[in-house]
Every structure is written in C-alpha cells, then in structure tokens.
Design a protein around this ligand. Structure first.
Ligand code: PLP
Length: 396
C-alpha cells in the first residue's frame, strides 16, 4: 500500500499576499535605509497586557512552585471559575449563557478550525467575503464545498441572506475583519432566521466585539432571538485584552443547538476531551483577571488608544474624500483605492511616496479587489504621521 497524503493541501492558495507585502517592504527598506516605514497593515496588537492580568499571571507562576498550590492537568473544557466568569461577562449584553455552554480555548484561530469536526464533510459552507482567510482554508483542507457570498459598497459590505443560498455552515464575522463593517440587530436577525428556517449553523466570529460602541450593534449573536438554536460563537482575548501572544479564547455552544437528535454542546464537550488536554493553568488565571471589575476597566485603556487611532484614520479619509467603512466599531478601516487604482498599485504608490504600508483588499477574497485595509493597532504618533502623509499625498 501507498500512503496518501491529504491532497487538499495542494488546493490552498499560498500566502502570496503577506509574503509579497513583506518582501516589498523589506526591499524598500534596504534600498532606503534612512526612511522610516509606517506599518499600518498589521492586525496584531501593540500594547502590553493590563496590570490585573500581569499580577494574576505572576501569582499563577508562583502557584506552580509550591506543593500546596501546584496544578497539573486542567479540565479540557476550561477551569470552572473562568467558564463562569465568561458566562457572567455575557450578562452585560443581556445574554444568558451557562458556564457549561462556555468552552475555554487557546484562541479563536484554533477553535475556528477544530469546531468543523462537529460537521459532516458533505456539508456546504458559505463564506461572506471579503473574509479572514482561515474560514476558506480550513474547509478546503477537509474537502468541504465552499461557496462565496460577495459583499460590496452597495450593501455596506454587509450582505443579507437570500433563499437561493444553499448552505449548511455559515461564517459571519462582525465587526468584520477586514472591512470593519458590523451587522446591526435587524440585519443579523435576517441571518438567524435564515439559519433556523434552513437548518444551517452559523459560526459567529466575535473576535472584535470589544470595539463596538453603537448601541444597535450586537456584541454577541445570542442577543438575537432564536440564535441559540442555530449559532456557535467564537471569541478571543487576543484583541479584547492584548492576548495575541499570550493565547486564550472561548467558544459558546448553546445546549439548545441540536441537529438530527445530536446536541452540539455535548459533542463539543466530547471533542474537547479527545482533542485537548486543556489550556495552561497560568493562562487561565491571567484570563480570569480580565473578567474582574478591575480587569474590565483596565483593558479599556488600550481599546481607547486603538479607537483613537481609528478615528485619526477615519478623519483623514473624510478630509481626502475617499469612500471607507469600518473604524467606528472596529480597529480596521477599509477604503476604496483612489483613482481606480488596483490594490497593489496603491500599495506601491503609498510605500514609495509616503512609506505607509497597508494591505491590498484582494488578500481577503476576489471582491476585495480595488480596496485596501488599514489597521488601528499601531503606535498613536505613527498613526497620526501616516494620516498626515495620506492627506498630503491624496488630498485634493
Ligand atoms: N478571527 C478573526 C476575524 C481575526 O481577525 C483573528 C485574528 O486576527 C482571529 C479570529 C484569530 O484570533 P486568535 O488570536 O484568537 O487566534
């Protein structure tokens, strides 16, 4: 016999976009060593963890040094205190989820991939584009059929369902990466109703929930009536509390979510028992500190800085008169490249003229062509300087 590798790997697009951004930026820097480059594309946070988290992490490390407080394996689905703290966090949004509907993860990325083990390979997946690339790639790898729903300026990058769409698994990311667009309750309800009518399951990526400020934008899909029978919510402390390098997230699988007599909550608990030995005690202690009164206050300090960066970018595009969305309930600003420039043309123009780097929209799906993503996760002074340079270059 001959081993057959997973041939679906050959169907993945390579990381052309990010590699090309990296290469072009590095080439420019080496030929212009005296120029400072403003990296406004990066989707990673730049500010440190808050005090409450750092203290809790230190204490937890010291716990591991003593007979009395040492911890070995943690429960696969998460420490009961942390699951409870997260379920209480949901009360802020008037959502009632129980601690055993909350599963602690090592980040949204991990669970977005792993959660697919709940579904048959013959299901069809709907990805609303432009989108975070993982949704498509993880499904290609298990050979699932992926259909794309394009969005655009005409619907504010927030497309709605239509009965022609035939999909079993639907990804919704709101506030969205890369467009920053966010569904309001009325629009999100249309997706929930569609899913309940058609027996589909929504995988709701709420990674940017903490950036929401408008009262008509839901923080959780479970704010929508009926969502508990059709949705799984995947969230993370990465952007909420600067955990991109620390790693902790959570996934909510409601007990009311059932298909063909199978309870997805029970299946997921069983999946965790098989697929993980739990998340580090130390990290769960650090994460628990986020959900204290003190922690929830402290994390707002960084969020305010990022939101101010987003405002600086939005102001610049207002002044220039460029179409954009996002920035308000999101750390991303998504704009139309001026003068019908293509994404790469605009990228080169900004790099060469003003040393500002962003991301061409086509990296997030074909319908992102001609658009561009800027991020608000950078340094405030650099963001202001980049915004000034954009205004000078593109102002008319
Ligand atoms: N989902 C979206 C939409 C993201 O943009 C990201 C990270 O950038 C993730 C998930 C992954 O987050 P995590 O760091 O929790 O794995």
């Amino acid at each position: 016999t001959m081993l057959t590798p997973n041939m679906h790997y050959s169907e993945l697009k390579d990381s052309y976009l990010f590699n090309t951004i990296y290469r072009k930026t590095a080439e420019y820097q080496s030929s212009h060593p005296d120029k400072k480059i403003y990296r406004m594309g990066v989707g990673d946070v730049s500010r440190p963890l808050c005090d409450a988290v750092i203290k809790a992490l230190h204490t937890a490390v010291d716990d591991q040094a003593t007979m009395e407080h040492f911890h070995g394996y943690m429960p696969e689905s998460g420490a009961p205190e942390l699951r409870k703290a997260i379920s209480e966090y949901y009360r802020r949004f008037s959502v009632s989820v129980s601690a055993d509907e909350v599963f602690v993860s090592s980040g949204a990325c991990d669970d977005l991939g792993d959660v697919l083990e709940l579904f048959d390979k013959d299901n069809t997946v709907l990805v609303i584009e432009p989108a975070y690339p993982e949704y498509v790639d993880t499904n290609i790898l298990c050979g699932r059929k992926v259909i794309h729903l394009d969005s655009g300026e005409e619907n504010g990058f927030l497309p709605l369902p239509s009965e022609e769409i035939q999909a079993d698994i639907i990804y919704i990311c709101s506030p969205n990466n890369p467009t920053g667009a966010a569904y309001d309750r009325e629009k999100l309800r249309k997706w929930v109703d569609y899913a309940n009518r058609n027996g589909a399951v929504i995988l709701y990526d709420a990674a940017y929930e903490v950036f929401i400020e408008d009262p008509d934008i839901p923080h959780s899909i479970f704010e929508i009536p009926g969502a508990k029978t059709c949705a799984i919510e995947i969230c993370s402390l990465s952007k909420t509390a600067g955990f991109t390098g620390t790693r902790l997230g959570y996934t909510v699988v409601p007990k009311a979510l059932e298909r063909m007599g199978m309870k997805l909550n029970t299946m997921w608990a069983r999946n965790r028992e098989t697929r993980t030995n739990g998340i580090s005690y130390i990290l769960q202690k650090g994460a628990s500190a986020v959900f204290t009164k003190e922690g929830l206050e402290q994390i707002q300090k960084n969020i305010r800085v990022y939101k101010e960066n987003a405002r600086v970018l939005m102001d610049a595009f207002e002044r220039i008169g460029i179409w954009y969305c996002g920035g308000r309930n999101s750390p991303y600003v998504w704009l139309k490249c001026p003068d019908d420039m293509g994404g790469w043309e605009f990228f080169d123009y900004l790099l060469n003229e003003i040393q500002v780097v962003g991301i061409p929209g086509e990296g997030f799906g074909a319908c992102g062509k001609g658009y561009f993503r800027f991020s608000a996760f950078g340094d405030p002074e650099d963001t202001k300087e980049a915004a000034n340079r954009l205004c000078k270059l593109l102002g008319r």
